[in-house]
Design a protein around this ligand. Structure first.
Ligand code: 5GP
Length: 172
């Protein structure tokens, strides 16, 4: 069931402002492609790109995730591929949460096969204590402890994604 708030709406807003500013100063004169990892990225992605005051290309990729479990299955299946040509482009890969790092590593591999010029990870949350595969997060909202969180795009068995803030999921 729905547990306490882990990241409030106000905290999310200030992270979004900071991340957008960091990304804007990183952009320089480049024309980037933002790729969101569905479905968990949905609110983070849209709230973030709306704060970037220039034209950016947008696309989405979806890989299979946890299903009804709260621990990683350890391998991903491509569900929806990107359609934008990323060759020689600067890619910002937008992810909700980095846990073991498996998903992101596989997604990066899929996108690298299309020869972007650069690929940088933008993640709202990271659970460093759970990491099994090292992944570089260029732009991070905040680290959290090892607890299962829901809301602001994050689900448990497709539920709770719509909550405006991030809660801990606690046993019934
Ligand atoms: P990883 O491959 O890094 O272990 O897992 C990444 C994916 O697992 C995330 O994109 C997300 O879909 C899911 N995930 C990991 N931790 C959590 C969590 O605390 N809450 C929810 N709802 N999903 C999580």
């Amino acid at each position: 069931m729905l547990g306490p708030v882990v990241v409030s709406r106000a905290a999310i807003e200030s992270m979004l402002d900071r991340l957008a500013a960091e990304i804007e100063s990183d952009l320089g004169g480049r024309s980037p492609v933002f790729i969101g990892v569905l479905k968990g990225c949905v609110f983070f992605f849209t709230d973030l790109v709306k704060r970037i005051r220039r034209s950016v290309d947008m696309d989405f990729i979806q890989v299979s995730s946890y299903g009804a479990s709260t621990t990683s299955s350890g391998s991903v299946v491509l569900v929806k591929d990107i359609t934008v040509d990323v060759r020689d482009r600067d890619v910002y890969l937008v992810e909700d949460i980095v846990d073991t790092g498996t998903t992101l590593t596989d997604v990066i591999r899929l996108i690298e096969a299309r020869h972007p010029r650069t690929i940088q990870v933008v993640a709202l949350l990271s659970k460093p204590s759970r990491r099994q595969v090292e992944v570089e997060i260029a732009f991070l909202g905040t680290e959290i402890e090892d607890r299962f969180v829901i809301g602001y795009g994050l689900d448990f068995d497709e539920r709770y994604r719509n909550l405006p803030e991030i809660h801990e999921l606690v046993p019934e």
